[in-house]
Design a protein around this ligand. Structure first.
Ligand code: AQP
Length: 344
């Protein structure tokens, strides 16, 4: 970590197989940001508990997400990689934010509505307060920038509201302790690239997700060449050809999704992809997309398999990262305790 650089924080839940959406919407950007920022990347195992997890699967998934980070090119020596539950600041600050955030704010969160579904009475309290823990994740390190996919935009807006309300509610205490008026930064979301919302391969109206019961809906980072090719071949499309202009993708969610994936994987704007494939059929486009996906994801999957054979190494990375993360959070939490009026 180098002094003076802006701090990035982001996390991924260990709730299942990492997929192309996690990679293009988040992890790919995590890798790029290492050149310009001090980065803290977290496997958010506490968030995972908001829905029941088999304990042994949680251990395996935490190691797998960590392996995905490393295999994608995150450097755990220059930056920090750890699992959330090892640093108590997250839980401690989340409690304070439970008391700062308003019920009305959380009632508006669409992710809770989607995940709780019709049976809200039966959803965990943790699922409801999830965004407060997310605000704590970021602000325990006073991170200024948070790379995420489009689906997390609303939660980040809430994190900004919480920071602002904390700074206002405790303004005189912050001042009395001689601390900067903007004690918690107003975090900037970084939602970038042509695939900030990768959709299910089976249904262009649903986002690609770890928890989708159909494995055919997503490309996992650990899928082999044949599986990737099969999933893309079977991906839902419409009967029209690929358009030559971007407005030709309107109201064609599946086509739009596949073109967006091609653009993100090949690091070019959608317009360039359409120049290359405009007028062609999906039967020609899909094999090219499969080839590209295998080229980009193949080495990551192979590296993840290598890490899977060495859980001791992964645990060492997480323990070391947790120690370094705790050191950053400790003085911030000391100030927070004084600000809110705790003794000791
Ligand atoms: N489909 C997606 N397109 C683009 N970005 C995505 N992300 C997730 N899905 C997509 C981004 O990946 C990061 C980690 O997400 P997460 O695991 O913390 O939670 P999630 O958003 O709830 O992801 P999943 O895969 O859908 O998990 P489940 O099924 O457990 O809910 C975030 O930056 C997210 O934006």
């Amino acid at each position: 970590m180098s002094a003076g650089l802006q701090r990035v924080f982001s996390g991924v839940q260990p709730t299942g197989d990492l997929h192309l959406g996690n990679y293009l919407g988040a992890i790919k950007n995590f890798v790029t940001l290492q050149d310009t920022h001090d980065c803290i990347y977290c496997v958010v195992d506490m968030h995972a508990l908001t829905e029941w997890q088999d304990p042994a699967a949680l251990v395996a998934n935490t190691r797998e997400v960590t392996a995905g980070f490393l295999a994608s090119g995150i450097d755990p020596k220059s930056h920090i990689v750890f699992n959330q539950s090892q640093v108590s600041a997250h839980a401690e600050l989340a409690w304070i934010f439970n008391c700062v955030a308003r019920m009305g704010w959380l009632n508006r969160m669409t992710q809770f509505k989607e995940k709780a579904g019709k049976n809200r009475e039966n959803a965990s309290v943790g699922l409801f307060t999830y965004p407060n823990l997310m605000a704590a994740d970021i602000l325990a390190y006073k991170a200024t920038h948070v790379p995420v996919g489009e689906d997390q935009k609303q939660h980040l807006e809430l994190a900004r509201d919480i920071a602002q309300k904390f700074n206002n509610d405790f303004a005189s205490s912050i001042q009395a302790h001689g601390l900067a008026e903007t004690f918690f930064p107003i975090t900037e979301p970084l939602i970038t690239g042509p695939a900030t919302r990768v959709m299910s391969l089976r249904d262009g109206s649903k986002k690609m997700s770890k928890s989708d019961p159909s494995d055919m809906s997503r490309i996992n980072l650990t899928d082999d060449r044949d599986t990737i090719a099969k999933k893309i071949r079977k991906a839902k499309t419409d009967p029209l050809n690929i358009p030559s202009e971007e407005n030709g993708l309107e109201a064609r969610p599946e086509a739009d999704n596949l073109v967006g994936i091609f653009a993100a994987l090949s690091n070019q704007p959608r317009g360039e992809v359409l120049k290359q494939f405009g007028g062609k059929q999906f039967s020609e486009f899909k094999p090219a997309l499969a080839e590209l996906a295998v080229e980009v994801l193949g080495p990551i999957g192979m590296e993840m398999a290598r890490f899977a054979d060495d859980p001791g190494y992964i645990d060492g990375v997480l323990n070391n990262g947790a120690q370094r993360a705790s050191e950053i959070a400790a003085p911030i939490m000391r100030d927070v305790r004084r600000i809110v009026g705790y003794i000791g």
